[in-house]
Design a protein around this ligand. Structure first.
Ligand code: ZN
Length: 393
């Protein structure tokens, strides 16, 4: 079965987009009865099990949060949220996140190698732990632009090694973001990589149009606004080309006004109607019964309104990226901990209970980091509610 997944870049804004007034009513409810496929087991899911999980999400009408992790605490917060709220989880690493996991000391000398090693270390950590949380987890890497292909190549080598030993790839999927190229160059390179990835059962997420804003050192805040909205014809070009790759599993991040980051209301014009129009366009081209042939991914999910998110899910969005909101929750947990315990955090010895009282149990780094984890788990619970990803296992 050929399965296409389109990643839709959507915006970050906690207010209603103007397009919402004209939206049609919610689509079919038959999906609510769908049950989790037997192939989807606790632990990291890849290959056919991954496709079954994404198909289940689309059929049942929910999307899976994809969270950028930069530390073991970030990873554990993802796994804890998945276990606590009863949904699958996507743990993803950016190039910079992989570098941070490897240690900033290594970055200058080995920018790509360090990121590969950091991502692999993070992936192995997830693989070791996920089964204990009893939830399915998708392992993914985030935006890779053309200049960063050595990082991507290194990740593919790690997957190929892992596949040779274990019969499945280390990761579930990777993202290639060549949206700044012409569409022809973008598609040609994606086809080339998908041919290689398909041999080891990896899924490719590609991007069409540009996600605005700034993230992880890539600044698209000045980009021409027409690039922020993908045309259905462009998605069709991608769908046609990538569907021809044997065993090709892919998703497309098609921009619909999405922006990385969280901004004041009024700065972002999200148009998830583009996703609905695209499904209709491609469904007609294919001529079959499938009204939503495309799997969409929503970038720049942080700060988006529940209404926009759920309208995008109705159009077949099965993955939404969250980074900025969990960056905030992580920090906010530390901030709240420091505020509550400030008088016990000013010296190793001496606090309001006495000049000779030790403060060790307050400045143990596990204390503030646990507070960060707890705040992030709570924020992810709210995201999972928005995504209808609660109690779906
Ligand atoms: Zn993104």
């Amino acid at each position: 079965m050929k399965l296409a997944i389109l990643a839709l870049a959507a915006s970050a804004n906690a207010f209603t987009s103007p397009s919402s007034a004209a939206r049609p009513a919610a689509t079919s409810l038959k999906a609510a009865t769908a049950t989790l496929p037997a192939t989807v087991k606790p632990g990291v899911v890849t290959g056919d099990a991954l496709m079954d999980l994404l198909a289940y999400a689309k059929e049942r009408g929910f999307a899976i949060p994809a969270v950028n992790a930069v530390s073991s605490c970030g990873i554990n917060a993802c796994l804890e949220a998945a276990a606590k709220y009863g949904g699958p989880m996507i743990v993803q690493f950016s190039r910079g996140g992989g570098q941070f996991l490897a240690g900033k000391y290594l970055v200058k000398e080995f920018p790509d190698e360090a990121s590969v090693a950091g991502c692999v270390a993070g992936a192995l950590q997830v693989r070791e732990l996920a089964k204990f949380y009893k939830v399915p987890v998708i392992l993914h890497t985030d935006h890779c632009m053309r200049d960063w292909l050595p990082w991507f190549d290194g990740l593919l080598e790690a997957n190929e090694d892992y596949f040779a030993k274990n019969g499945e790839p280390l990761f579930s999927s990777h993202m290639l973001d060549l949206s700044e190229d012409t569409i022809e160059d973008n598609i040609a390179t994606c086809v080339e990589y998908l041919e290689r990835m398909s041999k080891v059962d990896l899924l490719l997420e590609m991007e069409l149009g540009i996600t605005g804003g700034e993230e992880d050192g890539v600044d698209n805040s000045d980009v021409d606004s027409s690039k922020l909205y993908t045309q259905p014809e462009e998605v069709w070009q991608v769908y046609e080309a990538l569907s021809k790759v044997p065993n090709g599993k892919f998703t497309v991040a098609a921009a619909f006004g999405n922006v990385h980051g969280v901004y004041s209301p009024g700065n972002v014009q999200l148009d998830p109607q583009i996703l609905h129009n695209t499904q209709a366009f491609i469904s007609e081209k294919l001529g079959g019964d499938d009204k939503k042939p495309v799997y969409f991914v929503f970038h720049g999910g942080s700060g988006s309104s529940r209404e926009d998110i759920q309208y995008a899910i109705e159009a077949g969005t099965i993955k939404m990226n969250i980074d900025t909101d969990t960056q905030w929750s992580f920090w906010d947990g530390i901030r709240a901990y420091e505020l509550k315990n400030r008088d016990y955090l000013q010296a190793q010895i001496g606090n309001p209970d006495g000049d000779d009282k030790p403060n060790k149990k307050y400045y143990d780094p596990r204390m503030c980091l646990r507070s960060a984890e707890e705040a992030t788990v709570k924020r992810l619970g709210a995201a999972m509610e928005d995504l209808k990803c609660v109690n779906v296992l």
